[in-house]
Ligand binder design. Sequence first.
Ligand code: S3P
Length: 177
Amino acid sequence: MKQNILLTGFMGAGKSSTARALADLTGLFAVDTDDLIESLLHCSIKTLFSNQGEVAFRAQEQRLANWIHSSLDHTIISTGGGFHQVSNLMDLGQVCFLDASFDVICRHLGVGSNSSQTATRPLFQNPESAKKRYEERLPLYRQKAHHLIPVPAEQNSRDTARYIRDLLLSRKLLPNP
Ligand code: S3P
């Protein structure tokens, strides 16, 4: 079994910031699937969606998942909100689902307060359709995870990272760098 730690969950759950905090706590490297796809294709996720559509983006995510499987270990990987759909997710490492409520997500993204956080996210253009997508995905995120990580409203990324580190340590699953 690969000793990566993958953070999954909906847009705005805090996957990237938690991955960075977890990297600080553990000394492991953290990478982000959206960043890797953007650097691979020399193009932003937003442009990729508008030029080629969601199906092409999902194909790139699967290609990246295959590369992670063959080439990456002992690494923290924050994922895009739809990465749980790749076929080999649970073989890539310990999958930690950041279980934030839709209200917490909206707060993180500053929804309703003119935030730029949603502007770069093609699938979070309005809160109603995002909420529907969130509700459809929730059972899948839970099903495709080894660990469920609560993300209460008052908790910051560092607290979430500490929770994950302690949980993995208690389950003897934290990789030795
Ligand atoms: C997506 C989430 C985004 C990005 C893309 C699609 C999704 O990542 O991968 O816009 O399907 O939920 P974040 O979760 O980092 O915003």
